[in-house]
Design a protein around this ligand. Sequence first.
Ligand code: PGA
Length: 247
Amino acid sequence: MKLMVFPTAAQVDDAVAQRFVALLEKKPQAVLGLATGGTPVGMYARLVELYRQGRISFAKARSFNLDEYIGLPEGHPCSYLHYMRENLFDHVDFAPGAARVPDGHAADIAAAALAYDRDIALAGGIDLQLLGIGHNGHIAFNEPGTPWDSPTRAVQLDESTRRANARFFEDISQVPTQALSMGMKPILQAKSIVMMVLGADKADILARIVAGPADASVPATALLSHPDATVYADAAAARGLTSREVG
Ligand code: PGA
């Protein structure tokens, strides 16, 4: 796992956006793994800006989002489909149906999960997977203890995750208790992974990951043994690291 530290979040946003630019230049039909949450908002804004400048096109690309809540009413503003439309999909040139978010409203969630992994595999796997990280080390909604060969499936959200996400809702009682989450297996099978870590409140978990060891109790430590994973952190998130770790 590589670690890159930038003075500001805006510099992280730009560096990660440039990874998408470089990939889509080389492979316009690339398969992207996309994330939601507070962390990538600025990076998506940068991608939209680069698209408007004619420096990136998603016209031939496909994407698979990491997760979606189960149990929110259709069209709920806190759904991840809504988030992706607002932050990226409505502003760039994905072909209709090419940008996917797990269907948290599927009548048969288990079948939808199976189909999601099948469709990722049929697309050739994920070329570049974007990740954020939870304070407990979760990636997507794979909470601590999730086996690294777990498929996409319905998951129970940790109470700490519900509390962290309550800021997007009116109050915590509105935060769903379940989600449909891409599994650790399809995430770790991505050819390249970029994980964005921003802000002082992520300093402790970033230090834990960088120090290792890799252990399922901290899902993001799975990146330590991935052949092409890079953490992009801002200085605030990296403040708990030693100079040797930053390199
Ligand atoms: P955040 O969430 O970007 O809103 O901090 C990250 C996550 O929980 O994976």
